[in-house]
Design a protein around this ligand. Structure first.
Ligand code: SF4
Length: 214
């Protein structure tokens, strides 16, 4: 994708949705970290359903530890991989209490040292909670980066690095949300909805789909 098209691509997405938000529900940095950790290979809808009641019981690392493994598992058992997620979350809470005064650290190094927190989760927390221009490459962004020609790469890390290089500075902070939402609702995995796409004239994908062909 050419530089002028990249600028226009993001200008269009920004005009349609100036303040994009994560669809995960949270009221603190700890709740955000918890929700993102639980969302691996699960939908945001399923995570929100579980965390609405979980956060009433436990909205701090210490309260989460007080729930215990069985208590936590009972709250999140509707979410895929809940056994290992519960274990990782409690181990993470132990470290937050013991090493960070019960707070979520704001460096990549400290975040990625937490059990269950990989590069993508750290990128989401750094971006959403602390406003840093990180690019959390999930399945939607990986697909979009390659399909549109915006940021081709063989691995999520390659796509992340391409995006950081190619997305204009003015759009960096919100870019990952615009791309996730565009991938979730328009540029879908099975068949992109090119005929409904506001950025179709800036995207390299060919041939564009029409409503009849999808
Ligand atoms: S034109 Fe089609 S392939 Fe390109 S971003 Fe839009 S939906 Fe995706």
């Amino acid at each position: 994708m050419k530089r002028a098209d990249i600028e226009a691509f993001f200008a269009t997405l920004a005009a349609a949705n100036p303040h994009p938000q994560t669809e995960l529900e949270y009221a603190s940095v700890f709740e955000l970290l918890t929700a993102v950790l639980l969302s691996a290979q699960a939908t945001d809808v399923s995570v929100n359903k579980a965390t609405r009641s979980l956060f009433v019981l436990a909205n701090t690392p210490q309260k989460m530890l007080d729930l215990g493994l069985e208590g936590l598992e009972a709250q999140i058992k509707t979410i895929g991989l809940y056994h290992s997620k519960a274990r990782h979350l409690l181990q993470t809470c132990q470290i937050l209490v013991a090493q960070h005064g019960g707070q979520v650290p704001r460096t990549r190094e400290a975040l990625q040292a937490l059990p269950g927190v990989g590069r993508k989760t750290a990128n989401v927390v750094l971006n959403v909670a602390f406003g840093e221009p990180t690019m959390a490459v999930d399945t939607h962004i990986f697909r979009l980066g390659n399909r549109t020609g915006l940021a081709p790469g063989k691995t999520p890390l390659e796509v992340e690095q391409q995006l950081l290089k190619r997305v204009p500075a003015a759009y960096l902070v919100h870019a990952h949300h615009w791309l996730i939402l565009h991938g979730r609702y328009i540029c879908q995995a099975r068949a992109p909805h090119c005929w409904q796409c506001a950025v179709a004239s800036h995207c390299d994908f060919k041939p564009k789909t029409t409503s009849k062909s999808s």
